[in-house]
Design a protein around this ligand. Structure first.
Ligand SMILES: Cc1ncc(COP(=O)(O)O)c(C=O)c1O
Length: 381
């Protein structure tokens, strides 16, 4: 294959986990998104949003891309900006790993670290409102706005979801993904409920995040969680939700490195634990697809560093038998997530989401390209 770097986004493999998945239970397949050129699933949404912005004339040659990101989406934008010749400014927070900061800078992005926490104890709201302010102040700026832009989930509806369904030959029974902006969960659940409605859709969040309701408190799993239910997800399409602790997620990711030779990040550790649970109640003809949003290299100084783990008060090792029994003991946080959805319709105006994003969302929804759940009030002008 000969291609530009951006032409290699997508079509990632599904990987079996024979050392941890028993032959008499459901078959777990890892959708390994590290194979995207920017190293994570976020390449897909970033590319889709940037190309649509170019097509609509929202992003012009010489323009500046401004985004709030804890790492992966920012890295994808930085890579795309470098390849296409745009200036890129990324607002991160103190949870962003040193490896991610180095990657952003390697692609030439300018990085702003936002240290002020919001009322949920996280940095999302402060990062987003500062990004919106900068976008108003800088000429020819474009805000992809992964949190409020419905093209984020549409990217997964059009690529990731179709790849999964096509590869599973009618045997897919359960789909599992971690949630933050809801791009993956929103887009893939919409596709599955339309084209494979028998598949159970499971969302995985961090203990301490409030996407599926509950109160917000701080947690350490990077890339996951939000203080509210993201507009990219229609909770009516989600069948079940789990909340995983930091230590469970980190230990599971470490176990997969040791026992399967697969490096995965903490959000994927959380998903993999839920996938092992789901496999235990299914048979060998059934398939469970578990999204692995990124690889472990990004967390080499944290998750894969014994000293760092000890400083957090976490154990450093659990064998696969222990991980499997941890999975068996998991209980769903909710089996009717729609009843605990935490949409906050006023956020778009309080965070000053650009009008161009709201207008485009309204247009997408009017032609059935967005969901029409409770969050729809956000898009009515
Ligand atoms: C490592 C990782 N896992 C999971 C997610 C959640 O994906 P989404 O934002 O599509 O909900 C993210 C998002 O930033 C991420 O970086």
């Amino acid at each position: 294959m000969i291609s530009t770097i951006l032409g290699t986004i997508g079509d990632t493999p599904l990987i079996t986990i024979p050392n941890s998945n028993r032959k008499d239970e459901g078959q777990v397949l890892f959708k390994y998104e590290r194979y995207n050129p920017g190293g994570s699933i976020k390449d897909r949404a970033a590319m889709y949003i940037i190309e649509e912005a170019e097509r609509r004339g929202l992003l012009k040659p010489g323009g500046t891309i401004i985004e709030s990101s804890s790492g992966n989406f920012g890295i994808s934008l930085a890579m795309i900006g470098a390849a296409k010749g745009y200036r890129v400014i990324i607002l991160v927070d103190p949870k962003t790993t040193s490896s991610n900061l180095a990657l952003l800078k390697s692609f030439g992005a300018e990085v702003i670290v936002v240290t002020e926490k919001d009322d949920c104890g996280s940095y999302h709201k402060t990062r987003i409102s500062l990004a919106n302010k900068l976008a108003r102040e800088i000429d020819n700026a474009y805000r992809p706005d992964q949190c409020f832009n419905l093209l984020n989930s549409e990217a997964h509806y059009k690529s990731t979801a179709r790849e999964i369904v096509d590869a599973c030959s009618g045997r897919l029974k359960v789909f599992i993904t971690a949630v933050s902006t809801g791009g993956q969960l929103g887009g893939i659940s919409r596709y599955l409920k339309a084209f494979a409605p028998e598949v159970q859709v499971i969302g995985v969040d961090a203990v301490g995040s409030a996407i599926f309701g509950g109160h917000s408190e701080s947690y350490r799993i990077p890339g996951v969680g939000l203080g509210w239910t993201p507009v990219n997800v229609n909770m009516e399409l989600v069948d079940c939700a789990y909340k995983i602790t930091d230590e469970q997620a980190f230990l599971t990711a470490r176990a997969f490195a040791r026992h399967e030779g697969i490096l995965i990040g903490p959000s994927s550790g959380a998903c993999a634990l839920v996938a092992l649970k789901a496999a235990q109640s299914l048979g060998p003809d059934d398939r469970i697809v578990c999204m692995i949003a990124d690889g472990g290299e990004r967390y080499i100084h944290t998750l894969f560093n014994d000293e760092w783990m000890e400083q957090q008060g976490f154990a450093t090792y659990a064998d696969m038998t222990t991980i499997r029994s941890m999975a068996a003991q998991l209980e769903p946080w909710s089996e009717r997530p729609a009843s605990q959805a935490n949409y906050q319709g006023e956020l778009a105006s309080s965070l000053e989401v650009p009008d161009s994003t709201l207008r485009m969302n309204a247009e997408l929804m009017a032609v059935g390209r967005g969901h029409s759940g409770q969050a729809s009030s956000l898009y009515i002008d």
